[in-house]
Design a protein around this ligand. Structure first.
Ligand SMILES: [Zn+2]
Length: 103
């Protein structure tokens, strides 16, 4: 699991690289913009926030309502893909019967 600041360890970056390659059928995917297969896993988890904000005027990250994602950068053109870190297995799945939100 990434550390408290969302940083990925070298082993987790290697895991992400393998996971994406497996999802793409065994080879790095082609960039949808430039067709390159040269990617770099970003070293820190990002968060896609839930919209609309649940409490008017409050920032959602402060209320733990966000989806952690791993960014994967095309090193040729800069296009970046984001994968849900929970689905990928970097964070524990919610317990059965709880919200289906991956945190
Ligand atoms: Zn590209």
């Amino acid at each position: 699991m990434p550390d408290a600041q969302g940083r990925l360890s070298p082993a987790e970056i290697e895991f992400v690289t393998g996971w994406i390659t497996r999802q793409a059928g065994g080879a790095p995917p082609n960039c949808p913009v430039c067709r390159s297969q040269s990617w770099a896993v970003l070293g820190q988890v990002t968060q896609g926030v839930v919209y609309p904000y649940p409490v008017s005027g409050q920032h959602p990250v402060l209320y733990d309502i966000a989806y952690p994602h791993v960014g994967v950068l095309c090193t040729t053109c800069g296009y970046t893909m984001f994968f849900n870190a929970g689905l990928m297995g970097l964070y524990p799945r919610p317990a059965a019967g709880s919200s289906n939100v991956l945190r």
